[in-house]
Design a protein around this ligand. Structure first.
Ligand code: TXA
Ligand code: MG
Length: 337
């Protein structure tokens, strides 16, 4: 089991010696957790099958859930993907670097561990100097699932990664809280019209504007194409109960029901001023979508850490980035399968 080191790194102008150290660990087949603009990733050399296998082991991730490959810029697409359609290049031009992942036909050189044996590979260029400089220096793509234990909320700070993966990774690069706080949007570019497999940091509306037509994850048959969406995701240890927004009485009733069975109960509101609901812990998250997204996973993790066993959450709207937040809350509220 490796001794995990955590090193602070500047997000805009990373110290070159830190980038060098990360590349040394990666070249030796080690694991390096790295910041992005969305959430922290668990990095390994994408071309090293053994290193990629150890990513699955460190996270406890099912082997049938493929990984995203991070690149430094779109000109590197040919390292892992082939037959890139023009509309994918257009999306890359508009949104990269940024929170969108494109699913494309995979090159045969990419280890099948990365793609879980699929004929496609998921690729993105993150809007963060640390992973882009690592990829540039390494000369290879960096696989990067979210750096959490499988099934836990994604980490948005270095210490979150430490909480989940201490003793399971070699190095954690800590550049402070991530800017967005939710994962990238995953879009399958091998079908026409392209299909959103996972909502994320680039909204459905922005994609629709860019592509003209796009299919959504509501299409059940498409869900089979994104293995990750079959697994339980984004969930705190506590049970999450969603209640319609703006209804003080229903919020209170949901809290009271949980408290009546002796459970430590928290409530997360965003439209009310405090205090409107009585619970063991009351959290008011900011009412704008960017701040809410930024705080969501950290809030769920801190409630877990306080030993809360039921979290009653006021529902959120369904457009723009709210749509992604609503998706994560819905998944968090699903019973374990
Ligand atoms: O923002 C993000 O995307 C973060 C940061 C670190 O980049 N990464 C991330 O990775 O969220 P992960 O592994 O937690 O989620 C990747 C999602 C999973 O749902 C996976 O099933 C899907 O992308 N995926 C990966 N490769 C795929 C492929 N070839 N076809 C369809 N879905 C794929
Ligand atoms: Mg994940």
């Amino acid at each position: 089991m490796p001794q995990t080191r955590l090193i602070r790194v500047d997000s805009d102008t990373p110290d070159p010696s830190v980038i060098d150290e990360a590349c040394r660990v990666l070249s030796a087949g080690g694991l390096v957790a790295f910041p992005t603009e969305t959430v922290y990733g668990l990095g390994a050399d994408a071309m090293n099958a053994d290193a990629v296998r150890s990513v699955f082991a460190a996270k406890g991730r099912p082997a049938d859930n493929p990984l995203i490959v991070h690149l430094a810029d779109a000109s590197q697409l040919g390292m892992v993907a082939r037959d890139v359609p023009a509309r994918a290049m257009r999306l890359a031009g508009t949104f990269w670097p940024g929170p969108i992942t494109l699913v494309l036909p995979v090159r045969p050189e990419v280890p099948r561990e990365v793609t879980a044996g699929l004929p496609t590979v998921a690729v993105r260029v993150p809007d963060h100097a640390v992973p882009r400089q690592i990829v540039q220096r390494l000369g290879r793509g960096l696989v990067g699932p979210s750096a959490n234990l499988s099934g836990r909320p994604s980490p948005t700070t270095g210490p979150h990664v430490m909480d989940d993966l201490n003793g399971r990774v070699d190095l954690i690069l800590d550049a402070g809280p991530t800017r967005i706080g939710l994962e990238s949007t995953v879009v399958d570019m091998t079908v026409d019209p392209p299909a959103i497999l996972r909502e994320g940091g680039i909204s459905h509306d922005a994609l629709l504007t860019e592509l003209g037509a796009v299919r959504t994850p509501d299409d059940v048959t498409l869900l089979r194409r994104s293995p990750g969406t079959r697994h339980r995701h984004y969930a705190p240890a506590a049970t999450v109960v969603l209640v319609p927004s703006g209804d003080e009485q229903r919020l209170q009733r949901a809290v009271d029901e949980a408290r009546a069975s002796g459970k430590m109960t928290a409530v997360i509101v965003h439209t009310f001023e405090l205090p409107v609901v009585r619970a063991h812990v009351v959290v008011r998250v900011a009412g704008d979508e960017r701040s809410y997204a930024h705080q969501l996973y950290a809030t769920l993790r801190s409630l877990d850490a306080r030993g809360v066993s039921v979290i009653v959450v006021e529902s959120v709207p369904g457009s723009g980035l709210w749509r992604t937040i609503a998706d994560r809350l819905r998944r968090a509220a699903e019973p374990p399968s």
